[in-house]
Design a protein around this ligand. Structure first.
Ligand code: ATP
Ligand code: MG
Length: 400
């Protein structure tokens, strides 16, 4: 019998004069995420966003489940609850609570005789004749009677089930669940960025983290055709399509690094290849980011993870460009990153083994400390280095 969903946000509410922009962006994202599930009215009312069916009716249980799945993907939202909206009338509230209780408590009472329970009432309507605590006592005894008596044990701190009740000026609401949403800022409230997306575990998580800070993202992946198979890009396409479900849209581009990798193999010291590849990737990424209006590059780098991610090498790679590079995982433990990858559904996709661009002609023992000067000197050995980079940028393909 749910006929609305109340959405709560936190960080946006701390914004000053630009709070309106963030709220509008949040509402747009909620509309975008929910439009395929059910036709909804989405409205901002005093620090909350309300979703209601377009016509006057209840949501179906299937719609409620679908909307909850989608709202868990909306950055900027803190929590949300399916609610039943009622008149400001104690009899109506009690009647609805009693009617809903058996269904709401069933999963818990099937498992045991007695469960801990509480009611949290809030009354912003000061003309309502009962105080919050009186509302709680009224509902508790009514629900206790309706469930046969003796099954509910009051626990104000750690209840297994909480019934929320809010009494406002125009209406009141009851809700049994409060779901966690991802928090952060709504996608689109910050400028667009370009995520360097490999088929690995880290970079999809990095993309998710910057979306959570409000940046929409495009993606750039590197392959080394014909030394890597088409599956290398197919895998990344699957990942990009999947993480795109957290934003409105994001374009995946693919660049072929092989021509430059051959030159690096033929002209430069073997142990420096990995760092030289990555300096080239950064340069290509910056040029492409500027072309498609992205204000920063995002990577899944974490200090000390692999040979190219020692502090010395990260600095040498970073110094190849002058664009802002965001590394949301820089201090993360690999297990933390894996946990997020599992949560957002990319871990399994990333675990499929396909050849990676970085491993083409890879040295058996890459240098873990390539000074900037040395990398620059090595690059000078490559004829027409800048031109080769430009050619790769020109040949970048749009995949999705
Ligand atoms: P990941 O799990 O994301 O592949 P990794 O631990 O394998 O990361 P590296 O291969 O050194 O580490 O890559 C570090 C970062 O560089 C990646 O997170 C990604 O942002 C970028 N990167 C690496 N390879 C590619 C590629 N083939 N295409 C696009 N970006 C890449
Ligand atoms: Mg990788």
């Amino acid at each position: 019998m749910y006929n609305a969903i109340i959405c709560r946000y936190h960080e946006i509410a701390t914004k000053g004069h630009n709070r309106n922009m963030f709220e509008r962006c949040l509402v747009d994202n909620i509309r975008h995420q929910t439009k395929a599930v059910a036709p909804c009215k989405v409205q901002r009312v005093r620090g909350r966003v309300w979703l209601e069916p377009k016509e006057e009716r209840d949501f179906t249980p299937g719609e409620v489940a679908g909307l909850c799945t989608q709202l868990k993907k909306v950055f900027g939202l803190e929590t949300f609850s399916p609610v039943v909206k009622l008149p400001v009338d104690m009899d109506a509230i009690r009647e609805a609570a009693v009617k809903m209780a058996p269904e709401a408590l069933k999963p818990y009472l099937e498992e045991k005789e007695r469960i801990t329970f509480r009611i949290r009432a809030r009354r912003s309507n000061k003309r309502f004749p009962l105080r919050s605590q009186e509302v709680e006592i009224d509902l508790l005894s009514a629900i206790d009677r309706a469930t046969g008596g003796g099954h509910l044990q009051l626990d104000l701190d750690n209840a297994e089930v909480t019934l929320g009740c809010e009494i406002r000026d125009e209406f009141s609401v009851l809700f049994w669940e409060q779901y966690q949403a991802p928090g952060g800022l709504p996608v689109g409230s910050n400028p667009k960025v370009l995520t360097m997306l490999s088929g690995g575990i880290d970079s999809p998580v990095a993309a998710y983290m910057v979306m959570k800070r409000g940046c929409a993202t495009d993606y750039l992946t590197f392959h080394s055709s014909p030394y890597t198979p088409p599956e290398t890009v197919d895998k990344v396409r699957g990942i990009a399509e999947h993480i795109n479900s957290y934003q409105t849209k994001g374009t995946l581009y693919a660049a072929n690094l092989a021509p430059l990798q051959k030159l690096i193999r033929d002209c430069c010291g073997e142990r420096f290849r990995t760092v030289l590849y990555r300096r080239a990737m950064f340069r290509i990424a910056q040029m492409h980011a500027e072309k498609c209006g992205c204000r920063a590059i995002v990577t899944g780098e974490a200090v000390g993870q692999v040979a190219s991610q020692t502090l010395v090498n990260m600095n040498t790679i970073n110094r190849s460009i002058d664009m802002l590079v965001l590394r949301p995982l820089v201090g993360a433990d690999k297990l933390e990153t894996i946990r997020i990858a599992e949560e957002i559904g990319t871990f399994e996709m990333s675990s499929v083994q396909v050849p990676d661009s970085c491993t083409v002609f890879a040295p058996s023992s890459p240098s873990t400390a390539v000074p900037v000067g040395l990398a620059e000197a090595e690059e000078l050995k490559i004829p027409d280095y800048a031109l080769e980079i430009e050619k790769i940028v020109e040949n970048i393909e749009k995949i999705i």
